[in-house]
Write a protein that binds this ligand. Structure first.
Ligand code: GLT
Ligand code: MN
Ligand code: MN
Length: 383
């Protein structure tokens, strides 16, 4: 039904990480279920399903131990694949979590040489992303945390993290890269506790940086849902602060391990409010899917997964339009607005002089039940 309407187009700015469609299904309890697909083939797969762009960590593309000549060959091949398929590289990032060297963190590790290596690895990843025209650089500090707080004071970790981001901003300026950095929060996993557990933590930290204007956030649905937070509220706060530089779309049931499910597949109502917000405010950044296919799937299933992420986004976008134009919804919203006539009190005396009628103010039902049911009707297609 309405198939053409939900087909991805370049202007939708749908992107996927190499690590998402390339996820071979390994988990802590079981081995890979899909053969590893080379990056150039993943680009073809993404082009086939209609994505706009592909993002990568340094080591998704270039193995950590690659010699310079191998790096150049890989980069060349990847460029040809992107050019041929028309795929863009809007975002790049760095893997500071996989290698054992980062077992105690990267920018916050206690060993100064590990911290320096992490910085070196990051600026090389910035060079790599810049070669492909990436404009956003995501920093997810997966190992920036602890199993035991005995190892360092957390305020020291914050200072180290600040020093690292300041350094990267200087490099960005020196190289004329013009990147925007997007800090991605996650409360736990892979470590017991990760510093800066929520998007709001990063929003509070960013103003303390030397180049705060260069740094924003990359909220992820799953990472907000894991501790039971409301993704929409985190995104709205970032947007209102002018800091929504990127977004990771996927899904997650609160309280579980990091599921990275197909966008909208577990909590479609929350996904609806999120899409509606992004569309209503006119967010112009990438709609990046940071998720992966079920472990039951082969590469045809991976395509189903990727198509599903984009299709659900577009369905929800259409639902948002229906919600915005639904007559009964509009009339309830208009009714709500009648109570929102703001008073300005020139001085506190004016405010103190008013006798509020609390009983009258709390008498009338607010009709949010009806409003929510109308939302459900829209979502279920019976509006
Ligand atoms: C990793 C993580 C994601 C981050 C990626 C960027 S890598 O898969 O689970 O949430 O966005 O480093
Ligand atoms: Mn993510
Ligand atoms: Mn995740």
């Amino acid at each position: 039904m309405n198939n053409g309407m939900f087909e991805p187009r370049p202007e939708h700015k749908f992107t996927f990480g190499l690590w998402t469609v390339g996820n071979p299904g390994r988990d802590p309890f079981g081995d890979a279920v899909r053969d590893t697909m080379p990056p150039v083939d993943l680009v073809k797969l993404l082009a086939e399903v209609g994505a706009y762009g592909v993002n990568f960590h340094d080591n998704d593309l270039v193995p950590i131990d690659a010699a310079a000549s191998e790096r150049d060959r890989i980069v060349k091949e990847f460029r040809v694949a992107c050019d041929t398929s028309g795929l863009k590289v809007p975002m790049a990032t760095v893997n500071l979590f996989y290698d054992p060297v980062f077992r105690d963190g990267a920018f916050t590790a206690n060993d100064a040489n590990v911290r320096a290596y992490a910085l070196q690895k990051t600026i090389r990843a910035m060079d790599l992303g810049a070669e492909f025209g990436a404009q956003v650089f995501v920093l997810w500090g997966g190992r920036e945390g602890v199993e035991t707080d005995a190892c360092r004071r957390p305020d020291e970790a914050i200072k180290r993290f600040r020093e690292a981001v300041n350094y990267l901003c200087e490099y960005n300026i020196a190289q004329n890269y013009d990147y925007k950095f997007a800090l991605e929060a996650k409360p736990n996993e892979p470590r017991a506790d990760i510093y800066f557990p929520t998007t709001a933590s990063y929003l509070a930290f960013i103003p303390s940086l030397d180049h705060a204007e260069m740094v924003g956030v990359n909220p992820e649905v799953a990472h907000e849902h894991m501790p039971g937070l409301n993704m929409l509220h985190s995104v709205a706060q970032a947007w209102e602060a002018g800091k929504l530089f990127h977004i990771d779309l996927n899904d997650q049931v609160p309280g579980r391990y990091d599921q990275d499910l197909r966008f909208g597949s577990a909590t479609p109502k929350q996904a609806f409010w999120l899409v509606k917000f992004l569309e209503d405010v006119g967010y112009e950044g990438m709609r990046h899917f940071d998720a992966h296919a079920y472990r039951t799937e082969d590469y045809e299933g991976v395509k189903d997964f990727a198509r599903g992420c984009m299709r659900t986004y577009l369905i929800l976008k259409e639902k948002a339009e229906r919600w915005n134009t639904n007559e009964e919804i509009r009339s309830i919203l208009a009714e709500i607005e009648t109570t929102n006539i703001s008073n300005r009190f020139e001085n506190a005396g004016d405010l103190l002089a008013i006798e509020f009628d609390r009983k009258q103010l709390s008498e009338k039902g607010l009709r949010y039940e009806r409003l929510d049911q109308l939302t459900i009707d829209v979502l279920f297609g019976v509006d």
